[in-house]
Design a protein around this ligand. Structure first.
Ligand code: GLA
Length: 499
C-alpha cells in the first residue's frame, strides 16, 4: 500500500512538473568571440495562463497576455520605459527538461529560436532605474577643431572586427598616403566588449586580447584610437553598455589610452524617453572630463531630440544627424542632401555627423563614391572611412586621398556648406572657406548627364573670381565668361574652389 502511494506520487510528480512551465529559465547563445547572449524567462503558470518576465541584456518584457494550454503557449511581453512601450511575442513549448522558444524580440531582426534550461532565480537582473542628472554645461574639451578624420570598423567589418583588423587599418593608413591626407582616428565600433568583472570593470572579449597593447600599436604609427559604447545597459549589437558604469568606463578607456568615444543610444531607449537624452549624454561628458584624458566625444543617437541644439553643452564634438547609412546611392543621397537645414549648427569643435563613409564598400559606382565624398566634404562632415583599407582599389584610394577635396572639408573656418540652387536633379552647393574663398559643388542626381551653369555673380563674393580650380580634374578652369558651365555625369559631381 505504502509502495503504491509512493509510486503514484513519483509518477504524478514527474508528469505534473513536466506539464508546468513555471520557474526560472535561461537560454544561452554562445558567440564566437567567447561571449554568450542570454535570455531569461521567469514564468508562472496558473492553469492555462502564463505571467512573468522575459529579459535580455537590452530589454525587459513583462508578460501581458498568453494563449495556449498544457505545455505550449504563445505569450506577449510588453516593455516599459523609453518613448513608447514595445511588444514582443514568443512561443514557449515544454519538451522534457527543455523550454523550446521561438520569437522576435526586436523589430527588423530575424526571428530567434532558442532552447532554455532551468536556472536559479535572479539571473540577468534588470538594472535599477537611474534618475538622469540635473542639466549643466560640460566645458568644451578643446578637441576636433576641424572635422575628425579616420576610419571606423562598423560599415565593413560589423561584428567581425578584431585586433588584427584594427592593426590592419592602422598599417594601411600609415603607409598608403591616408595619414598624410589627414586621417588620424582608428575607431573600434561595436562588439569589442566582453564581461564586467566583480568590481564592474569592463574587459574586452577574446577578439581583443590586449586593448592597451593595441592602443600602443596604433599610437606607434602616429595615429589615434577610438572605442565605442552605449549609455544603455546594452549596445545595439547586445554587448554590455555603460549604464551605471559611466565613470568607471571612462576611466578604463583613459587607462587604455583611448582618444575617441562613440556613444550610441541603443538600449538607453528602453529606459529613458528622448527628453532625457541630454542629461544621459551629459553623464558621459562629465565622466570623460573626469578621466583627465582628452577624448573626442561622438554622440550617436540618430539625430533625435534636436541634438544639434544641445550637443555642445554635453561636450559633444560631433553628433549623428540621421539613422544608419547604407552602401547605396539612395541611402547616401537621402542622408547627404537632407543636411542643408543643419548648417548653422556646425562650428569648430562641434560637427553634424551624417554617418560614416561607405566609399569603397562596393554598393555604389566610382562616380557615386566621388559624389559621396564630395558631398560629405561640402558638409564639413567627419570623414571616417568605412571600408577595408587593406584591400581597396587605387581608384578608391585616390578618392579617399583627394587632398583638394579634403581641404574643403577641413577648412579651419568650420562652415558647413548649403544648397545654393536646385533645378530638378541638378543642385549647386556652396561652402564658405577661410580667406573669403568658396567651394562650389555641382551635383547631378539624375541617371543621365546634366549641364549645370553657375554665374559667378550668384556667389555674391566681394570681387570677380581670380582663380578657380576643378578639384577632381586637378586643373584651373577657364575664367573668360561670366560664369561656369559644367558637364556633370549621371550621379556625378564637379567640384570647384573659387578664390
Ligand atoms: C548603431 C549605429 C551604427 C553602429 C551600430 C553598432 O546602429 O548607428 O553606426 O555603431 O549601432 O551596433
Amino acid at each position: 500500500m505504502r509502495i503504491r502511494t509512493l509510486l503514484l506520487f513519483v509518477t504524478c510528480g514527474a508528469i505534473c512538473a513536466a506539464a508546468d512551465v513555471s520557474g526560472n529559465w535561461v537560454a544561452e547563445q554562445p558567440r564566437n568571440d567567447g561571449t554568450v547572449q542570454r535570455t531569461y524567462f521567469d514564468l508562472k503558470q496558473n492553469g492555462s495562463q502564463i505571467t512573468g518576465e522575459i529579459r535580455t541584456i537590452e530589454q525587459r518584457y513583462e508578460i501581458t497576455s498568453s494563449t495556449g494550454e498544457g505545455t505550449s503557449f504563445t505569450v506577449t511581453g510588453t516593455s516599459r520605459g523609453g518613448n513608447t512601450p514595445r511588444q514582443a511575442t514568443y512561443t514557449l513549448t515544454l519538451q522534457g527538461d527543455e523550454l523550446q522558444v521561438t520569437g522576435q524580440p526586436r523589430r527588423n531582426r530575424p526571428p530567434i529560436q532558442l532552447v532554455a534550461h532551468r536556472t536559479s532565480p535572479g539571473g540577468g537582473a534588470w538594472p535599477a532605474y537611474l534618475e538622469p542628472p540635473a542639466l549643466h554645461d560640460v566645458p568644451y574639451n578643446g578637441l576636433a577643431k576641424i572635422p575628425p578624420m579616420g576610419w571606423n570598423s562598423w560599415n565593413k567589418f560589423a561584428g567581425t572586427v578584431d585586433d588584427a583588423a584594427v592593426r590592419g587599418a592602422a598599417d594601411a593608413i600609415a603607409s598608403n598616403g591616408m595619414k598624410e591626407a589627414g586621417y588620424v582616428y582608428i575607431n573600434i565600433d561595436d562588439t569589442w566588449q566582453g564581461e564586467r568583472d566583480a568590481q564592474g570593470v569592463i574587459h574586452a572579449n577574446r577578439k581583443f586580447p590586449d586593448m592597451k597593447a593595441l592602443a600602443d600599436y596604433v599610437h606607434s604609427k602616429g595615429l589615434k584610437i577610438g572605442i565605442y559604447s552605449s549609455p544603455g545597459p546594452a549596445t545595439c549589437a547586445d554587448y554590455p553598455g555603460s549604464y551605471g558604469h559611466e565613470e568607471q568606463d571612462a576611466k578604463t578607456y583613459a587607462e587604455w589610452d583611448m582618444d575617441y568615444l562613440k556613444y550610441d543610444w541603443c538600449s538607453a531607449g528602453n529606459i529613458y524617453k528622448d527628453s532625457a537624452m541630454q542629461a544621459v549624454y551629459q553623464k558621459m561628458g562629465d565622466a570623460l572630463r573626469a578621466s583627465g584624458r582628452p577624448i573626442v566625444f561622438s554622440l550617436c543617437q540618430y539625430g533625435r531630440a534636436d541634438v544639434w541644439r544641445w550637443g555642445p553643452a554635453v561636450s559633444g564634438n560631433l553628433w549623428r544627424t540621421t539613422g544608419d547609412i547604407k552602401d547605396s546611392w539612395d541611402s547616401m543621397t537621402k542622408i547627404g542632401f537632407d543636411q542643408d537645414p543643419l548648417a548653422p549648427y556646425a562650428a569648430p569643435g562641434h560637427w553634424n555627423d551624417p554617418d560614416m563613409l561607405e566609399v569603397g564598400n562596393g554598393g555604389m559606382t566610382t562616380e557615386e563614391y566621388r559624389t559621396h565624398f564630395s558631398l560629405w566634404s561640402m558638409l564639413a562632415a567627419p570623414l571616417l572611412a568605412g571600408n577595408d583599407l587593406q584591400h581597396m582599389s587605387p581608384e578608391i584610394l585616390s578618392i579617399l586621398t583627394n587632398k583638394d577635396v579634403i581641404a574643403i572639408d577641413q577648412d579651419p573656418e568650420g562652415k558647413q556648406g548649403t544648397r545654393l540652387s536646385k533645378n530638378g536633379d541638378s543642385e549647386i552647393w556652396t561652402k564658405d572657406l577661410s580667406g573669403g574663398a568658396k567651394a562650389v559643388a555641382f551635383f547631378n542626381r539624375a541617371e543621365t548627364p546634366a549641364t549645370i551653369t553657375l554665374n559667378w555673380a550668384d556667389l555674391k563674393m566681394s570681387s570677380e573670381p581670380k582663380r578657380v580650380d576643378d578639384l577632381w580634374a586637378h586643373k584651373p578652369v577657364d575664367l573668360t565668361g561670366a560664369g561656369y558651365t559644367a558637364q556633370v555625369p549621371p550621379h556625378g559631381v564637379v567640384m570647384l574652389r573659387v578664390q
